[in-house]
Design a protein around this ligand. Structure first.
Ligand SMILES: C[S@@+](CC[C@H](N)C(=O)[O-])C[C@H]1O[C@@H](n2cnc3c(N)ncnc32)[C@H](O)[C@@H]1O
Length: 280
């Protein structure tokens, strides 16, 4: 499979059309490991199956589903805050709290977010609005909690941040998308679902990634999807052990180079990614 590494222009169509034809919307959150850059490579594979339900067991920042715009989708992530935010998007979230790129305001909103979590109010609209603000304003869009369950990401020091207050454009697109928050293996798959699975990267020579996703979880993901009878795309960092496991389970492997990232250490080495395909 070959394809451009840059986004393809998608013709825009009038508002009010169905989710497949309405204007392309950007992922509303910053999310580590976002795969927006893969959409041009995935589109030709998806188009063959576009009538199916799209399932993302690790949906994260939603970049792929928003890029492919299926009419029906089942989207899961173990992070309950991101899923609660999407459920509010579906209901036409409007944010009325103060949103400015200011350190004092950031820490005040972070304290309020933690207060709401401690009070068992994680699913409320105010909590979702604060989550959005913290995600845009905090360091690298990280979502990290301390041992006491408190969100502890520091202020991000960006030069400029664009905040969105009115998310009503997302309502029509998300109308037939369902959301759940659980371990990926609890996702109730239907035989003809199209699955795009993007687990946390395998980091070779370490048993756990920073998200607590162990090597056993990588194997569990690959085995779980190897039983699915519909189309599957499983993506990962192309480490030796990942290639070996995916090949041994009968996946067909394609390789892509992720766009170069400049890390904080100045390392610009491109990451080699694998797309493991079956029933496509
Ligand atoms: C690489 S990110 C997905 C990024 C997404 N494809 C995008 O473009 O934004 C991996 C996601 O897996 C989620 N995750 C980690 N462990 C999980 C588990 N056991 N079950 C479901 N989701 C999990 C993380 O919260 C994270 O959002």
């Amino acid at each position: 499979m070959t394809g451009p590494l840059v986004s393809q222009a998608i013709p825009r169509s009038p508002r009010g059309a169905g989710p497949e034809t309405s204007p392309l919307l950007p992922p509303p959150l910053k999310w580590a490991g976002g795969k927006r850059w893969q959409v041009p490579h995935l589109r030709p594979l998806w188009e063959e199956h576009a009538g199916r339900r799209l399932v993302e067991p690790f949906c994260g920042g939603l970049a792929v589903t928003l890029g492919l715009r299926p009419a029906r989708a089942l989207l899961n992530d173990i992070n309950p805050h991101v899923i609660s935010f999407y459920r509010w998007l579906k209901r036409g979230l409007r944010i009325d709290l103060a949103m400015r790129n200011e350190e004092r305001l950031y820490y005040a909103h972070r304290a309020r977010f933690n207060e709401l979590l401690a009070a068992g109010r994680a699913d409320e609209r105010e909590t979702a609005a604060l989550f959005y603000y913290l995600n845009r304003t905090g360091y690298n869009g990280l979502c990290r909690f301390n041992k006491c369950g408190k969100f502890n990401v520091p202020f991000g020091c960006y030069t400029k941040i664009n905040y969105l207050r009115d998310f009503s454009d997302y309502v029509g697109v998300l109308r037939k998308w369902e959301f759940m928050s659980n371990d990926f293996e609890s996702v109730p798959l239907k035989v003809d679902d199209f699955i795009y699975a993007d687990p946390p990267y395998d980091v070779e020579f370490r048993s756990y990634t920073k998200d607590g996703f162990a090597w056993e979880d990588q194997v569990r993901t690959a085995e779980w999807l190897s039983h699915h009878r519909g189309p599957v795309i499983l993506v990962n960092m192309a480490t030796d052990r990942i290639r070996k496991v995916y090949r041994s389970l009968g996946y067909q492997l394609k390789f892509l180079e992720a766009p170069r990232m400049i890390s904080c250490t100045g390392n610009r080495t491109p990451v080699k990614e694998v797309l493991a395909l079956r029933n496509i």
